[in-house]
Design a protein around this ligand. Sequence first.
Ligand SMILES: [Zn+2]
Ligand SMILES: [Zn+2]
Length: 257
Amino acid sequence: MKHNFHTHTTRCKHAVGTDEQYVKAALDSGFDVLGFADHAPWAFATDYVSHCRMPADQWQDYKRSVLSLKEKYQGQISIRLGLECEYYPKYIDQLYRLRDDGCEYFLLGNHFLFTEESFPYTGTSCTDDDELRRYAEQAAEAVATGLYGCVAHPDLYMMYRTELSPACMEAADMICQAAREAEIPIEYNLLGLQGELSGHSRGYPNQDFWQYVRKWDNKVILGIDAHDPEQLRSQPVWDIALERLHAMGHRLVNQIR
Ligand SMILES: [Zn+2]
Ligand SMILES: [Zn+2]
């Protein structure tokens, strides 16, 4: 079964294509399941405005669009309504409300800690060991809430690091242990892999990380992290990911709850 639970839309301001173009690309590429998981519509208490997520007032439009595609393509492809969310303890009630309002799953995309209103992008800040530890602690805490169905790009912190240092291994252990206990998969990110294969590495997926965490025997899921419908059509990236994960002995799954 070919699946992808990590699909963005233009509402996040850094993706292209219509919602339906993602569905058509998925159908053309033989997907059985397509999950939309656009960047969460966090409503902030300050006048901070995010430039990398859907505004809070677009959730209803997003939901309507995904659900109408779900109906239109019923019997051809299973479409799921999800979101990729950080873990912001002070705003966590919003996720419960979104879930009650029909959001079927959340991917943990640990892009910022505490709240992005006052904390930097984790890909950048995790070059510092203390920040890295905080990243891992928050990821583990997020997973323990039981709200998230998957840890997206768990190795995001390798973005600006060149080697898997002892601090990086410790972070990997914390995240993978939490995912293991919660029985949720960690995601092998194909947007990152596509970058690597085209000479524009994002630092993840990091081969050393994936070798190192094999010992946790986590469930592993592929995630395209599509920001362009064309990314769903790239069979070589998909095949290389599978080949690498199988070579390392990872346990692949194709479902998230
Ligand atoms: Zn994005
Ligand atoms: Zn994403």
